[in-house]
Design a protein around this ligand. Structure first.
Ligand SMILES: [Fe+2]
Length: 474
């Protein structure tokens, strides 16, 4: 398959937005590309589909654009173990997306420039577009594309959009983009947050998709909550002072404000218990977008995550006028004793933490973070991977190249292996000069490159993904 487009040609979007140009620029096509060029040798054990979600707006924004605003697009790599690879990409066709396609232009505003759509769209679709642009997971035979504070969007095996999924009408509110799969029980544990009381609900879906636990967790006020932690027995909720104000958002004010005077609290709730039995431990204000993992330790829980001193709430281009750097931290929270300890595990900036999902909620040894070559007031450039050995406190790292922009390192286990780090790390990497993209496969034990799957054209920078070995994509 040949793509004639010039990969360095400017996108038909505002030239002054970094999020709409260069390696971030959306692509305008949906491709089916078999037999990709592969450098190196794809491992025979790497069989399945690597699905990655990310923002890809179909139309120029009405106002200020933030990376969080774009329409979701899935980039899929299908690997059959024979050494060949197939690429496909598809937009997530939400009702809001389809309304914009019909109108031929954007109808909804964004996080930093919220606007209600025209009245007829407001009445049929609602005031917000479910972009479903953040993550994609597979559970109970369904492929779910996720954004926080919206319903999951179910996709078919051919990546076509089925529609919003509400667990047979039982899911109240939205679903985080970061649900946790319990490797022992096969349950999917998740939460949803809302600008209206009770602000947070926690849920469990059984392996067959039945919603078996839903409980409200009361907070003093609405806060933004991107991620949480699940252990074998507990759910840990982080009430951090990123105040969410839908009224202000609707009237052109700051929808999310950093209010450190509210303090921060970490809540520990037994799985299956009523939400009002959650036990809170006070903390000094901090912010975390992404947690690596958590596990039980007696009455306590041990949590690892990428801690930043605060959230930059501007969510516009101004987001890069101040360096707010996340680094890997570990907390030990004992809700019975009411104690909290915290330690920094690394002083290098990093985010997008992943692990072997078969160790999720357990005392996992290894974690993989997107390494940031640059994280300053001007820009953030992820260029590699840092592998942490949480048992020994040591780490190793690698870069995808001096001009590379990479993203989340998704660990994929070797189905024939036994060691926790016997597997591969998959990551979409774009050369910032040529704007050519490849999915790079690293040996997770050594961080050495074993294969590079060349995309037929650039794959924009995105958010989260999953390797699904058993989904049988069409
Ligand atoms: Fe995320």
């Amino acid at each position: 398959m040949t793509i004639d487009a010039d990969p360095t040609a400017p996108a038909p979007f505002p030239a002054d937005s970094i999020w709409l140009n260069g390696p971030y620029a959306p692509v305008a096509d949906e491709l089916d590309a078999p037999d990709l060029r592969v450098t190196g040798t794809l491992p025979a054990g790497l069989r399945g589909s690597f699905l990655r979600n990310g923002p890809n707006p179909a139309f120029a924004p009405l106002g200020r654009y933030h990376l969080f605003d774009g329409d979701g697009m899935i980039h899929a790599l299908d690997l059959d173990g024979s050494g060949s690879a197939r690429y496909r990409n598809r937009w997530i066709r939400s009702a809001g997306f389809e309304a914009e396609i019909a109108a031929g232009q954007a109808l909804f505003g964004g996080l930093s420039d919220f606007r209600l759509p025209p009245q007829e769209i407001l009445e049929t679709v609602g005031g917000m577009k479910n972009t479903a642009n953040t993550h994609i997971v597979s559970h109970a035979g369904r492929i779910l594309a996720l954004m926080e504070a919206a319903r999951p969007m179910e996709l078919g095996a051919d990546l076509s959009t089925v529609g919003e999924y509400d667990y047979d009408g039982r899911l109240q509110g939205g679903m985080t983009a970061h649900p946790k799969l319990d490797p022992n029980t096969g349950e999917l544990v998740f939460f949803g947050y809302s600008p209206f009381p009770p602000f947070v609900r926690v849920h469990t879906a059984a392996p067959d998709g039945t919603l078996t636990w839903s409980t409200p967790v009361e907070l003093p006020g609405a806060v933004m909550m991107h991620d949480f932690v699940v252990t074998a027995t507990k759910v840990i909720i982080f009430d951090l002072p990123a105040a969410f104000d839908v009224q202000a958002m609707l009237t052109g004010g700051e929808g999310i404000r950093w209010e450190p005077e509210r303090g921060a609290r970490i809540g520990v709730l037994e799985r299956g218990a009523p939400g009002d039995s959650i036990r809170w431990v006070e903390a000094d204000p901090f912010w975390v977008f992404h947690f690596l993992n958590g596990h039980d330790d007696g009455d306590a829980v041990v949590v690892t995550g990428c801690r930043a001193p605060r959230l930059n709430t501007s969510f516009g281009e101004e987001a890069l006028t101040e360096a707010i750097v996340p680094t890997l931290h570990r907390w030990r929270v004992d809700p019975v004793a009411g104690t909290l300890t915290e330690e920094q595990l690394d002083d290098r900036p990093g985010d997008f933490p992943r692990l072997d999902d078969r160790r999720s909620g357990l005392d996992a040894r290894f974690g993989y973070l997107a390494r940031a070559e640059t994280w300053d007031a001007e820009e953030v450039i992820f260029d590699g991977v840092v592998k942490h050995d949480l048992r020994t406190g040591t780490s190793t790292s690698t870069t995808y190249g001096s001009d590379a922009l990479s993203g989340e390192p998704v660990f994929t286990p070797n189905p024939d292996g036994t060691a926790e780090d016997d597997g591969w790390i998959l990551n979409w990497v774009t050369d910032r000069t040529t704007l050519e993209s490849a999915c790079v496969v690293l040996d997770a034990e050594t961080l050495e490159e074993v294969a590079r799957i060349h995309a037929p054209r650039r794959v924009p920078f995105g958010f989260h993904g999953s390797f699904v070995p058993d989904v049988g994509l069409a």
